[in-house]
Design a binder for this molecule. Structure first.
Ligand SMILES: [Zn+2]
Length: 461
């Protein structure tokens, strides 16, 4: 069986992946808090996790992927008040948009997408266990987790206590025993959403939501817990503390064995922020950029490294895909041999099995097209499609991708072919002025031409 290697944030090293049960791999990823459109930072997590799942599915017979929706949170309450919209309407709207946008990027829906508000009972149950086991305390209508009572606290993020406090954007509650303690349950005002609990009407803290939903949907322990790097501390550190202390587990691995985190996204070298106004929303991007281009751009650097979103990243991804689709169009009459798929895509899969080495995988994909082994076009096409399937690209119809099937725009193909032939003649006669004017004429018709070793090719701009 193919060996899969994964960088485990817990222990900070690359490890051979040994599942709890090879018959069913269980993965949980922290999903979006749904009160606004997703930006490319959110999308990177979804795309990287989708790739992880696709690779695991190549190796193992069954993969269960759970990614939640946080539909109760102070930011949601604020946004609902600001927009004068009922909370449920707001969260339904944005979870639908999130799923639709991710689908455009080739992200398959998780097998289960639990919503926090549907699992309040489980949260109350965990919090009760934590109080019973003396890891949590009730004060001023709040339930708080007592960080100093859990000796493994800080082991995931390898932060010292001082760093923990400095980095946790600690809620200022003067009645905390310790500034590092975090909220498990808080009271709700009459006009805020709330649920009855042993501690009065209130709502859960964010961290307990994921402890509850992951356990309820996957059972414990599960194999991989994923999320963006910004969630390592405090969110994931707190999840480990809650689950392990509620169940009196000795080691954090009794909750999740591998911790998988993707890096940040910057925009033209700058951090994305509301104040800079450079937040790139997926919903806007996909209006003008094909989903596969966005996906490939998001996979263009290793998932653990920062990714710089720039015009040149987009352009490069588009050019790469154009090249593949051009080949697939030119070989549209070639049969593919499905049986060969398993054996021929090994190099791309091997690269991905090494902690999702996408740079190497994409280089191997390019090697397939360069056809250094002088294989038949049919074999090359089979290999490309197979590798594309794992990477979640090359799923479009080549003629549609190249703009040949555009609705509402009629291209006079014979005229285009004639102009291209005229241009070739002009170039052969060294009449470059005429050749250039023909290129401009085609350009004005919305046609882009490219001179390749196989001749001049055209496509819709
Ligand atoms: Zn979470």
């Amino acid at each position: 069986m193919t060996e899969f290697k994964i960088h485990n944030t817990y222990g900070n090293k690359k490890e051979v992946f040994i599942p709890n049960d090879p018959e069913n791999i269980k993965v949980y990823a922290c999903g979006p808090t749904v009160y606004d459109y997703a930006h490319i930072g959110n999308a990177r997590m979804a795309v990287v996790c989708d790739l992880l799942i696709k690779v695991l599915k190549e190796i193992y017979p069954r993969v269960t992927y759970v990614s939640n929706i946080t539909d109760i949170d102070d930011k949601i309450i604020e946004a609902a008040t600001e927009n004068n919209t009922p909370i449920e309407e707001l969260t339904n709207k944005f979870s639908k948009i999130y799923n639709e946008d991710m689908l455009v990027l080739g992200v398959q829906l998780p097998d289960l997408q639990p919503r926090a508000t549907q699992h309040i009972d489980k949260m109350i149950n965990l919090i009760s266990n934590l109080i019973e086991n003396d890891f949590a305390y009730f004060t001023n209508a709040h339930v708080l987790f007592s960080v100093k009572k859990y000796s493994n606290y800080g082991k995931l993020s390898t932060r010292t206590q001082e760093e923990q406090i400095a980095g946790s954007r600690v809620e200022i509650l003067e009645f905390k025993d310790d500034p590092a303690d975090f909220v498990l349950w808080k009271p709700s005002e009459d006009d805020q959403p709330g649920w009855e609990s042993p501690w009065g009407r209130g709502r859960p803290g964010w961290h307990i939501e994921c402890s509850a939903m992951s356990e309820k949907t996957l059972g414990l322990p599960f194999d991989i817990h994923a999320g963006g790097q910004d969630l390592i501390f405090p969110h994931h550190e707190n999840e480990i503390a809650q689950t392990c202390c509620a169940h009196k587990f000795n080691k954090p691995q009794d909750y999740a064995k591998y911790w998988f985190h993707n890096g940040f996204v910057t925009v033209e070298g700058e951090k994305m922020s509301k104040s800079t106004g450079n937040i790139k929303l997926v919903n806007n991007l996909i209006k003008s950029i094909p989903g596969e281009v966005v996906r490939l751009a998001l996979l263009s650097s290793h998932y653990r490294q920062p990714l710089n979103w720039s015009e040149s990243t987009i352009k490069q991804s588009k050019n790469t895909l154009d090249r593949y689709y051009r080949f697939l169009y030119d070989t549209k009459d070639q049969e593919t041999n499905e049986k060969k798929i398993e054996t021929t895509s090994n190099k791309v899969l091997d690269a991905l099995c090494d902690d999702l080495n996408t740079s190497l995988a994409l280089a191997e994909l390019s090697n397939i097209l360069d056809n250094k082994n002088n294989q038949t076009k049919s074999t090359t096409k089979t290999q490309l499609l197979c590798a594309g399937k794992i990477l979640g690209i090359l799923g479009e119809s080549p003629s549609k991708w190249l703009g040949y099937e555009d609705q509402g725009e009629k291209f006079d193909v014979s005229l285009i072919d004639k102009l291209i032939q005229d241009r070739i003649k002009a170039r052969n006669n060294k009449d470059f002025t005429l050749a250039d004017s023909i290129r401009i004429e085609l350009n004005n018709m919305g046609i882009e031409i490219e001179d390749t070793q196989q001749g001049t090719k055209w496509r819709k701009k």
